[in-house]
Design a protein around this ligand. Structure first.
Ligand code: WTA
Length: 652
């Protein structure tokens, strides 16, 4: 039997102690959820959340798809993540931090409590931050980023973390969209042994159009020189010691927004995905417990950045809500060498390790034998997230990192889902390599055709969630219509709009779900989600560009790479070297979005393949980028001849 067809069964000793021990338990939970959906979720909400006041209704569907969960309930997420653990875990490590250059810090739950309270008091008393105000975080991976998120949660402010790799323009547009009152940043941080800067990016972002921002709080991390603007910029390091370490948690409604996180869609500018308090934290905690099966004395490490949803749910909110120890790492796993991650696993005796397939492929390629130098026997569960994992990467991860002992949980989910949706349970699910397997108990996922009917086994379809779930996106900030249209506008089941993820999937004859990737115009580079429309509108800012189309091209390391076709305004003009133009275009992208959106390939072409109604046929462009033969019927194009010309440009 080939490796990929084989089933990998959970270890019996592991299963015995796991939260979900076998597929019968899984089926029972699913049956319960199917028969009594509200009873099921109500049970878990009572069991897991330390309510200030109980909720009155589990699920309110009266204004679908604007679903409400646990209405009437009062809680505070920072209380759920910190205060309630103090009785039993005050001296337990909440966060273990390792800096890029090897500096280390352990923060206990009691210390976390004090740090978050001081931070909350600083925001509340000095910066006059009130419940419902928006705070943008532009932060490196340092403990203060987690304190800032939890401090916002404590006082009811809505945080919006912007990934530190985004440019000042991208930061500016997110600040404006959220109408943020305060920006929290750092002078800079360290990467690959060297300092890099963040505060100057904030300064540029605030130069115009951000009148909403009153104050900037700067954590001094790398102590490089920065410009301070009197009356606007404040030093966290100076102010924090002056604050009291007690701050009463705000009593929040279940449905008050907890945070916004901007993510790319298939059209237009990034969307401010809005998450709730109760539903989000409930599922963050439950999935943390079920997916990773973290035990009291375990050390868990997720390598994501807090600028993405994985960092929100599985570095900060998930681990802390369940009282676990979470590792936070400032650096990259390839510095000083490709053994860095394995060294950290040995040193901290990491039990659960969670990373992206791109990281696994890079570490495999750059340091195939590095893992052999370290003792990785503490590992119990390995996770992957963000993109499909290919069988060779899966095999290396399973054999060389997990020692053929650790189940790999391939977790499918999205910014919009708040937490895991489809993945194996480490003590229960027989795993098929590179397969997300089954929906978690309570999640109603189905692979459907456009008409809402199920696909047959082996046929590709659209991955939909047919019932609302607690941690789902509530709306797009300030744009409820776009929310409806983006997620509930395409597919109906039994006459009711249902959530469509934008992903394709296949269900096999055993009911296993394999994710095949996006079916819309979103591309996934190294597990990072980018909208082609966003990149195109950045490229159009170059004065010589008339038209542009961006597609994803399969890449052996990054999953996908960015491929741009460009039509110049005046093709007869010579703009110097083509290489020069390509460089300029990438500079425009870096300025408008950030380095992560730079194109790997830019081809100047005489025209784009368009239908008579003017729609660009991206499928053709994707096929050409891949070097595939064009199988589509091109006779309906406005100018069928353009296809051969584009092919010649790409090959030439
Ligand atoms: C993709 C990241 C295959 C998918 C948590 C989804 C995956 C998008 C997987 C969301 C997986 C995520 N296998 N593809 N295990 N996990 N994806 O919002 O295309 O940054 O729609 O959330 O990543 O990306 P986002």
């Amino acid at each position: 039997m080939s490796e990929t067809k084989k089933l990998y069964y959970p270890d019996r000793a592991f299963s015995k102690k796991a939260r979900i021990k076998n597929m019968c338990e899984y089926e029972d939970l699913m049956k319960w959820a199917k028969e009594d959906y509200e009873g099921y979720w109500g049970y878990w909400a009572n069991e897991k959340i330390d309510w200030f006041e109980p909720y009155s209704k589990v699920l309110d569907e009266s204004n679908a798809p604007f679903y409400k969960w646990f209405t009437g309930g009062k809680l505070n997420v920072s209380h759920q993540c910190i205060d309630r653990h103090l009785r039993l875990r005050k001296n337990k490590a909440a966060i273990i931090f390792e800096g890029d250059r090897g500096d280390k810090q352990t923060i206990t739950y009691l210390e976390l409590y004090r740090n978050v309270n001081r931070f909350a008091n600083l925001l509340k008393n000095r910066f006059d931050v009130k419940k419902g105000d928006r705070i943008v975080l532009y932060m490196p991976m340092i403990p203060e980023a987690a304190y800032a998120m939890l401090a916002c949660a404590r006082i009811g402010a809505i945080h919006s973390v912007v990934f530190g790799g985004f440019s000042s323009e991208a930061l500016r547009s997110r600040i404006i969209d959220a109408e943020a009152k305060v920006v929290i940043t750092a002078d800079g941080a360290f990467r690959k042994g060297k300092p890099y800067m963040l505060k100057p990016v904030v300064d540029t972002a605030l130069e115009e159009g951000c009148e909403c921002v009153e104050k900037v709080l700067v954590v001094q991390r790398n102590h490089e020189d920065i410009v301070w603007i009197e009356g606007r910029d404040y030093s966290y390091n100076e102010l924090i010691a002056l604050e009291d370490d007690e701050c009463a948690p705000e009593r929040m409604d279940s449905e008050d927004p907890l945070f916004l996180l901007y993510t790319s869609g298939s059209t237009g500018k990034p969307k401010g995905v809005q998450h709730s308090q109760a539903g989000y934290i409930l599922w963050a905690q439950m999935t943390m417990e079920w997916t990773f099966d973290v035990k009291e004395n375990d050390t868990y490490w997720c390598t994501a950045d807090i600028g993405w949803i994985t960092g929100h749910t599985y570095i900060v909110y998930g681990p802390l809500s369940m009282g676990a120890t979470t590792v936070m790492f400032e650096g990259v796993p390839t510095y000083p060498d490709a053994g860095r991650a394995w060294k950290m696993i040995e040193e901290y005796k990491i039990n659960q390790f969670y990373t992206a397939p791109t990281a696994i492929r890079v570490l495999h390629k750059t340091g195939e034998h590095e893992p052999e130098k370290y003792d990785l026997s503490s590992l119990k569960v390995l996770g992957t997230v963000g993109e499909p994992i290919d069988p060779p990467a899966w095999k290396w991860y399973y054999e060389k990192i997990g020692g053929r002992r650790c189940p790999i949980v391939d977790t499918w989910w999205q910014t919009e889902t708040g937490g895991h949706m489809i993945n194996p349970l480490p003590g229960a699910t027989p795993i098929k390599p590179a397969c997300a397997t089954f929906p978690l108990p309570g999640i109603m996922a189905e692979v459907l055709k456009r008409d809402g009917t199920p696909v047959s086994a082996g046929e590709q379809g659209l991955l939909c969630i047919t019932k609302p779930w607690p941690s789902m996106i509530r709306t797009i900030w300030q744009d409820p219509e776009r929310f409806k249209k983006s997620y509930f506008g395409e597919i109906e089941k039994d006459g009711k709009p249902i959530y469509f993820s934008g992903d394709g999937a296949i269900v096999d004859e055993d009911g296993y779900i394999t994710i095949t990737g996006r079916v819309d115009d979103v591309i996934n580079i190294s597990g990072h989600r980018m909208g082609t429309a966003e990149i195109e509108s950045a490229i159009k800012k170059h004065p010589h560009v008339a038209e542009v189309a961006v597609v994803g091209k399969p890449d052996p390391i990054k999953g996908e790479s960015i491929f741009a076709y460009i039509v110049l305004k005046n093709a007869d003009d010579t703009f110097g070297e083509e290489a020069e133009l390509v460089k300029e275009i990438n500079e425009v992208i870096a300025k408008e979005i950030g380095n992560i959106a730079k194109c790997d390939t830019i081809k100047i072409v005489p025209g784009l393949p368009k239908t008579r109604s003017g729609k660009v046929m991206r499928r053709i462009l994707r096929a050409i980028a891949k070097g595939e033969e064009i199988k589509q019927d091109i006779s309906t194009l406005e100018d069928p001849g353009v296809v051969a010309k584009i092919e010649a440009c790409v090959k030439g």
